[in-house]
Structures are given as structure tokens and as C-alpha cells.
Design a protein around this ligand. Structure first.
Ligand code: GLU
Length: 430
């Protein structure tokens, strides 16, 4: 059996190939030389598997898709609070290169439009040896898992016609958002936009965002979970320029597009997606790229607002091996998040007070998030206070220690049999 995923992606690509709408960006002269027929799609899973189809080895410039990562680096370097003192998080509803500031705060509205991105660029760490753009290139190379390079032609071409971005730079300098030479900062920002990637690189990069900042192949935490959350939130509300509301309702996943024709999207905990097709619609987003994302989101049920419904079941069974309730075992199944933890504690509160043993068997739990863990331990604390002894069967080390938050003791076994055989006086089987 061969997985049907590549066939499906091929099929989507061939259908969207028929769409000939849009036009090449030409305000950066070099981009007008792109081959308008190129089309590529890549999809990555959180375990680091990448499927690609179409022109997946064609390199193009990352352009505005660099903005979320510059933002991530700035937060990693300075902390969120300092970054928020320079750039807001409000959608602007304006074109990407609008020369504007927030009327109230006098700051750029968000890091995904050029005024915010030029400011964010200025917050990336740098020194005499390593420029900010180089710093970002190294970071993106690590995320992509290969050494990326700059497209010197596109960089030079954009520099020659960067009047609008220079105007934004001067505006930012005038109001004190930038405190250094705006020409240098804008040059650095334009260099950041000229990093070359393929859809495969972008899929590798987005897989780290989808996976809470962890690169699956190396197991390295490349970005803090909180930073990933911040970046994805801003992508969700501001990533698609003045089409952000339309995108949220039709596609519904955090995304960022670039003027060279790339779009990246991330569904947290599930997939990263990258497409490339150079012709742009009136908002500056890849026309075929949008169509592909709409199709994938529909077919694969990726819209964030659909949520992941709770399985509505957490207790697989409650049983008593000795028929007398001196030992009661709750066999849990599925994911223990807030909704399931609430359900579990509501069920367990029916246990009459007593000094019997209550066992939570976590063997069939597929996931326990932080709030699920805290609620379970809170429930355990309360059961112990009611007089019960509590045992947890935890083969996957989901619970870190035998002491609860209130310093009470639960006993942890790796296998239920270990507990049961100890009980019946048999020697413990390894
Ligand atoms: N370098 C481009 C600019 O600043 C990026 C714009 C984009 O990709 O949307 O104009």
C-alpha cells in the first residue's frame, strides 16, 4: 500500500494549474522576470515528514514570509514586552506598504505590514560581524535544515526602487520608532526579504511552528512555545494584508504571503503548508496559492474555527478487580485537555468518600496537556483529602512526580500488573 497523500496533492496542484489569473509583481523589477507558470506545493507534518509536488526545487525569494521569523527572533532576543513597545498587533486592513502608523499609539500597527516589519528588523540582534539579515538567514537555515543563501540580484533590484520602503523608514525615524539611520535599516530589511527558499524549505520551516517550536528531526526546541503562539496569532490576524478577514473566513489558518508568490500556512499541532506560484491577485497574494489553500482547507478540514471536537469520552471504563470497590480503576482514553478533564472530574466526584484505592490508568491516553495534568492532579489532591489512596498507572511518564501540588502522595506505577501483582502477593513481574 502506498499512502494516497502525494496523489492527492498532485491532484490539487493539477486542478489549480488551470487558474491563469493574476499578474507578476513588477515594482521589484527582478521579480517581473519570474516564470509565471511555476507552481509548487509542499506539506509537512509535525513529525517532520515533508510531501512535495510540482516545481519543488525552484528557489524564489522569501519576501514578506520572512516577517514572522524576524518577529520571532526579535522576541527571542528582547522579550515580548520590549517588542510590543515598538510594534503593535492590530490588523491594519491596509495595503502591505501603506505609509501609516496607528493613530493612537503612533507605532506601526503590526509586524506583518512593511512599517512594522522594518521596525522588527531593527530589533533583530546584530554585531560588527553578523548583520541582522545574516542573523535571520542563519536562523531560517537552521529551521529549514539546510544552508540558505541570498538572491543578490533581487536584493540589488529592490534596493534601486525602494522609494516607498525608504519613505516608511524615514517616517519611523521621524517619530522615534527607529533610532538609527533608516537607510541602513531598510537596506537590511530588503536583504532579509531576499533570502532564497524552495517550498520544501518553507514546509520544513513551518513544521517547526506547527510543532510548538520543536524541530521534529533533531528534537531541538528552536523557538519557545509562547513565541510560536504569538507569531501564529499575528499571522492569523494580519498575515494576509488587507485580505486577512476574507482569508480567516475561507481558509482559517495562520498564514503569510510574499510578493514573489509564496504563501506559508500553519495549522498548530497538525501541518505546515507552503505553496509557490508567482502571479499575484489585487491584494498582492499568490492567486493560485490562495486557491490551493482554500481547496486544502476544505478537503482536509483544516479551518481553525472548526476546532478539534472533544471525543466526548475520557473514561473508557470504570471497574473493580475485586468486585467490592476496595479498588476502583478508571481506565482513561484519548486526550486529556480542559474539556475532558472537566468531564473526568465530574464523573469521579460521584465516588463516595472512603479509604479505598482509586487508580487512574493512563495507558491509553494519547495526550495530556498542561491544563489536563493540573486538573487531574487537583482532582487527585481532593480524592486524597476525602480519604482515598490514589494510584496512577503512567507508562509514558506524563506525571513528573509522586508528590501532588499540595504535597500529598500518589503512587505511580508504570504497569497496572505491577500494582495488581503486588497486591495479590505475587512477585513483581518485570
Ligand atoms: N520586499 C518586499 C517589500 O518590502 C516584500 C513585500 C511582500 O512580500 O509582500 O516591498
Amino acid at each position: 500500500m502506498k499512502t494516497p497523500v502525494p496523489d492527492y496533492l498532485n491532484h490539487v496542484l493539477s486542478q489549480c494549474n488551470l487558474n491563469d489569473s493574476g499578474a507578476l509583481a513588477d515594482y521589484i523589477p527582478e521579480l517581473a522576470n519570474a516564470d509565471p507558470n511555476k507552481l509548487a506545493l509542499a506539506l509537512s507534518t509535525v513529525d517532520g515528514t515533508v510531501y512535495t509536488t510540482g516545481d519543488d526545487d525552484v528557489e524564489f525569494t522569501i519576501q514578506s514570509m520572512s516577517k514572522p521569523f524576524a518577529y520571532a527572533l526579535a522576541i527571542q532576543h528582547l522579550g515580548l514586552e520590549k517588542v510590543l513597545q515598538k510594534v503593535g498587533v492590530e490588523p491594519s486592513g491596509e495595503a502591505f506598504n501603506q505609509i501609516s502608523l496607528d493613530a493612537k499609539t503612533k507605532l506601526p500597527k503590526n509586524p506583518m505590514i512593511n512599517s512594522g516589519a522594518i521596525t522588527t528588523h531593527s530589533l533583530i540582534p546584530h554585531d560588527d560581524q553578523i548583520s541582522r539579515a545574516e542573523h535571520l538567514r542563519r536562523f531560517l537555515s537552521e529551521l529549514a535544515g539546510r544552508e540558505l543563501s541570498f538572491d543578490e540580484q533581487v536584493y540589488a533590484s529592490e534596493l534601486k526602487t525602494a522609494f516607498r520602503n525608504l519613505s516608511i523608514g524615514y517616517m519611523l525615524r521621524t517619530v522615534g520608532v527607529l533610532d538609527e539611520d533608516p537607510v541602513d535599516v531598510v537596506n537590511g530589511y530588503i536583504r532579509q526579504c531576499a533570502i532564497k527558499v524552495t517550498v520544501k524549505d518553507l514546509a520544513n520551516i513551518t513544521s517547526v511552528l506547527a510543532n510548538g517550536g520543536i524541530q521534529a528531526k533533531t528534537g531541538k526546541q528552536l523557538l519557545d512555545r509562547g513565541i510560536v503562539r504569538q507569531v501564529l496569532s499575528v499571522m492569523m490576524t494580519c498575515g494576509m494584508y488587507d485580505a486577512a478577514g476574507d482569508w480567516l473566513s475561507t481558509v482559517g489558518i495562520p498564514a503569510k504571503s510574499g510578493v514573489a508568490g509564496g504563501i506559508i500556512g500553519v495549522l498548530p499541532g497538525q501541518v505546515g503548508i507552503a505553496v509557490f506560484s508567482p502571479k499575484l491577485d489585487e491584494h498582492g497574494n499568490s492567486a493560485r496559492g490562495i486557491q490551493i489553500f482554500e481547496r486544502l482547507s476544505n478537503d482536509m478540514g483544516l479551518h481553525l474555527m472548526e476546532g478539534t471536537p472533544s471525543a466526548q469520552t475520557i473514561v473508557q471504563r470504570r471497574y473493580s478487580p475485586q468486585q467490592d470497590d476496595s479498588i476502583v480503576i478508571y481506565e482513561l482514553v484519548g486526550a486529556l485537555q480542559f474539556a475532558e478533564a472537566e468531564m473526568l472530574l465530574r464523573i469521579v466526584q460521584e465516588e463516595p468518600n472512603g479509604n479505598n484505592t482509586i487508580i487512574f490508568d493512563l495507558n491509553n491516553l494519547s495526550l495530556m496537556n498542561d491544563v489536563g495534568r493540573r486538573m487531574l492532579i487537583e482532582g487527585i489532591d481532593r480524592l486524597i483529602e476525602d480519604g482515598h489512596e490514589v494510584v496512577v498507572v503512567d507508562p509514558d511518564y506524563l506525571i513528573e512526580q509522586e508528590l501532588t501540588d499540595r504535597g500529598q502522595v500518589m503512587t505511580i506505577y508504570r504497569h497496572l500488573d505491577d500494582f495488581l501483582s503486588k497486591l495479590s502477593g505475587l512477585t513483581k513481574s518485570e
